[in-house]
Design a protein around this ligand. Sequence first.
Ligand code: V0V
Ligand code: CO
Length: 149
Amino acid sequence: MQLNRLDHVGIAVNDLRTARGFYEGVLGLEATHEEVIADQGVHEVLYRLGDAWVQLVAPLEPDTPVGKFLAKRGEGMHHVGYSVANVATALDDLRSVGVEVIDEVPRIGSGGTTIAFVHPKGAHGVLIELVEEGSGHREPGVRRARRST
Ligand code: V0V
Ligand code: CO
C-alpha cells in the first residue's frame, strides 16, 4: 500500500452558494471545476491549491452520504482523498489486512476520476477516498462541468 500525495479534502456544506461566498469571497480561492455527481448525491466545487484540491460537497437529497452527515454532525470536514497508483490494487491491499472498504470495486468520481471509499470505522474516524493518479480530468485547464452516470 502506498499513498502518493494528498489529493483533496472534502468539506460538507449545507448550501453551495453560501459556502462559495466564503471560500471565494473571503479566502480568495478560484473555482476550477463544478459538477453534479448524481451517483454520489453531491453537487461539488473544486479549488486547486498546489498539488491538491479543496472539494466543497453539498447534498442533492437528504438521504445521501453528505445529507446524512450534515443532519448528524453539521457542516465540516467530510473526507480526505489520497492519490494512489491503482485504486483496485489499493482496495485489495486494504482488504487483505482486514480494513473495511465501502466500495468493493472502483467507481467514477469527480471529473471522471477512478475512486473508492474506505470506511471511517477502520480509519480512525476519517472517511478516506482513494483517487487513481492520472485518472479523469484534473489537469489544469481542463475544467468542464460533467455529469457522471
Ligand atoms: C459517517 N460517519 C462518518 C462519516 N460519515 N465518520 C467520519 N466521516 C464521515 N464522512 C460515521 C457516523 O458518524 C457513524 O458513526 C457511522 O459512520 C455510520 O454512519 P451513518 O450515518 O449510519 O451513515 P452510513 O453508514 O449510512 O454511511 C456512512 C458511509 C457513507 C461512510 C458508509 O457516508 C458512504 O458510503 N460514504 C462514501 C460516499 C460519499 O461519502 N460520497 C460523497 C462524497 P457512529 O455514530 O456509528 O459512531 S463524493 C466525492 O467526494 C467524490 C465523488 C469525489 O471526490 O470524486
Ligand atoms: Co471527494
